[in-house]
Design a protein around this ligand. Structure first.
Ligand code: HEM
Length: 157
């Protein structure tokens, strides 16, 4: 989180909101999005299975693996196809990616995120409910602190 924020805040400067142009320059944010797609494929992709090893330390969340790699999510590199590939590729891919960058980028740009008191990193689970789109089984509670006002806590579910 700190690494993404550092990058976003360098590009953002004094802006209130980062737009698509700012976010496209954020190489580390994009590596984090790719790494999240890699580790948590959406259920729509269920019928596909990998039959050979493509990644070093595949279980590790390690966005840096994408910094030196040309692997993209747009259906050309079969190691990573979160939107599918070929004729049935997701038609909402560009909208989905733009929305993800804008939402995740601005949430991390504007707030510092913490777990509530007494909750540890290992208490956070990544279980999802069955269905075509992955909804969290248990809500994630986080405290968001604004960059400016340390006492202005917002609770997000
Ligand atoms: C991050 C966001 C999204 C992800 C990860 C995603 C992922 C996928 C995947 C894996 C498929 C199946 C592709 C296949 O069969 O090989 C799919 C299909 C589809 N997606 Fe998305 N999608 C996203 C956003 C969207 C958005 C925003 C829209 C519409 C505005 C959309 C509309 C569709 C439609 C209509 C299909 C069915 C296409 C077909 O079967 O011909 N998706 N998506």
């Amino acid at each position: 989180m700190k690494k993404v924020q550092e990058e976003l805040r360098i590009f953002g400067g004094q802006k209130d909101f980062l737009d698509e142009e700012d976010l496209q320059k954020c190489i580390y944010l994009n590596a984090v999005i790719k790494e999240t797609f890699r580790l948590y494929p959406v259920p729509l992709l269920m019928p596909k299975e990998t039959n050979e090893k493509s990644w070093e330390n595949p279980q590790k969340f390690y966005p840096e693996r994408f910094l030196e790699s040309s692997i993209d999510v747009k259906g050309q590199d079969f190691e990573l196809i979160p939107f599918g590939a070929g004729r049935r590729i997701c038609p909402g891919m560009h909208m989905g990616l733009a929305a993800l960058e804008l939402i995740l980028g601005n949430l991390l740009y504007s707030f510092d995120w913490e777990l509530p008191e007494g909750v540890k990193n290992e208490d956070v689970d990544i279980e999802s409910l069955p269905g075509l789109a992955p909804y969290k089984k248990n809500p994630l509670y986080l405290i968001a602190r604004t960059k400016m006002e340390l006492n202005n806590d917002i609770y997000i579910v």
